[in-house]
Design a protein around this ligand. Structure first.
Ligand code: SAM
Length: 376
């Protein structure tokens, strides 16, 4: 954690001023690796493995060892965030995932795929356009960065300051992957209680994050509050799919989410193999008639894609190794919360927020990619 972050923080629940007192126990280069942020009310937030943590109530790990180790005051009357139990289950999935896949998106074989993926999502044509998109932003926030591959790309391509907020151990992976960048700050927090002032950021991105909270719409409202008037925001949420896919998803998720992560990875292996074998067939079929009841259009379909989009998640991408492909299937079927939405539903949310300028970018049929501008 870089010391300068203190000037940008507005702490929950009250946004107390003056800024908390920064106590440093261990430093490495420009970063505080272990320390604490102590408020005037004697409430403290730990800095562990380079990351300040703002989790509260039962979302917060037991830090008694940290308190005793550093002689910090005891904390009473901890506030319990709404639906913390649900969110905690989702965190367990992602903390486990990011401990196993700390370098997801950073390996050279991932870069091309992910570069194209972001271009499509943001409605841009080339990676150079993508880099130019970030260049002039002053304050950028990534919500749910996971391994931090995109936070890193943004920080490397802007003259501004880049912040990343993840509720899970993804925060530690993101810090490790960006700690060398002088304009990058990672914190661990629930997006419903981010330690930043409202109307602060001029670009916010939440890619595949909001639908993993207890309530996607409330999550959108919470991050939108942090966007400056005239600022832009991108979010990607899962789209409600056809009946057969919905049925399979519900059935599989209800079973897999009860498994511990290791067993769930193993349980996903058959799906991953199915994806790989169908993908390697490279076969196509042409349907002259659509199947409206299942949401399948007429036309020529790659067989693996047809299966994947309409029946069961069986992801496979040759750019990834077997474990990473299997993780993508795990990422779909293990999180406790993974809501799906319709475009009309999302349009309704935007209307409620008073957003008039927005685009739905056609990045993939499983999701809704939205780029919006907050009215000035
Ligand atoms: C599917 S991953 C997406 C990661 C990354 N954006 C990507 O595209 O690879 C979802 C991420 O959102 C984070 N997340 C879920 N709920 C959150 C919340 N309430 N506050 C902050 N982060 C959250 C998870 O910890 C996880 O890292």
């Amino acid at each position: 954690m870089r010391k300068e972050i203190i000037t940008y923080l507005s702490l929950p629940p009250t946004g107390t001023q003056p800024a908390p007192k920064l106590i440093s126990f261990l430093e490495e280069g420009e970063n505080i690796i272990e320390g604490a942020l102590l408020t005037q009310e004697q409430y403290w937030y730990p800095i562990i493995q380079g990351v300040p943590s703002f989790l509260r109530g039962s979302l917060k790990p037991d830090y008694t060892w940290f308190q005793e180790k550093h002689g910090l005051p005891p904390i009473h009357d901890e506030v319990e965030p709404e639906n913390a139990g649900e969110q905690r289950l989702t965190n367990e999935t992602f903390s486990d995932k990011w401990r196993r896949f700390r370098n997801y998106g950073l390996e050279p074989s991932h870069q091309e795929f992910l570069g194209d993926w972001y271009c499509k999502k943001l409605g841009l044509s080339t990676v150079d356009e993508l880099k130019a998109f970030y260049q002039q932003r002053e304050y950028i926030l990534e919500v749910g960065p996971g391994s931090g591959f995109n936070t890193k790309l943004m920080a490397e391509n802007t003259t501004g300051q880049v912040f990343a907020v993840d509720i899970s151990d993804g925060a530690f992976a993101s810090f490790e992957n960006t700690k060398h960048l002088p304009n990058c700050y990672v914190v661990q927090a629930d997006l419903m209680e981010m330690p930043f002032a409202d109307d602060f950021f001029d670009f916010i991105i939440a890619d595949g994050v909001l639908h993993h909270t207890p309530d996607t719409k409330k999550a959108l409202l919470a991050i939108y509050q942090k966007l400056k008037p005239g600022g832009q925001m991108f979010f990607y949420v899962y789209k409600k799919m056809g009946a057969a896919r919905q049925f399979c998803d519900r059935y599989i998720r209800d079973s897999f989410k009860q498994l511990d992560p290791e067993s769930a990875y193993q349980a996903c292996e058959g799906l991953t193999e199915l994806g790989r074998e169908l993908s390697r067939l490279n076969a196509q079929i042409t349907l002259e008639k659509p199947i409206p009841i299942l949401g399948i259009p007429a036309g020529t379909h790659n067989v693996q894609r047809l299966m994947y989009y309409n029946f069961v998640k069986c992801f496979w991408n040759e750019a990834f190794d077997y474990e990473t492909n299997n993780m993508v299937n795990f990422d779909w079927y293990h999180p406790h919360n993974a809501w799906q939405h319709t475009e009309d539903e999302v349009k309704g949310w935007l209307e409620e927020l008073g957003v008039r300028e927005y685009s739905f970018n056609p990045a993939n049929p499983n999701g809704i990619s939205v780029l919006l501008t907050k009215p000035s």
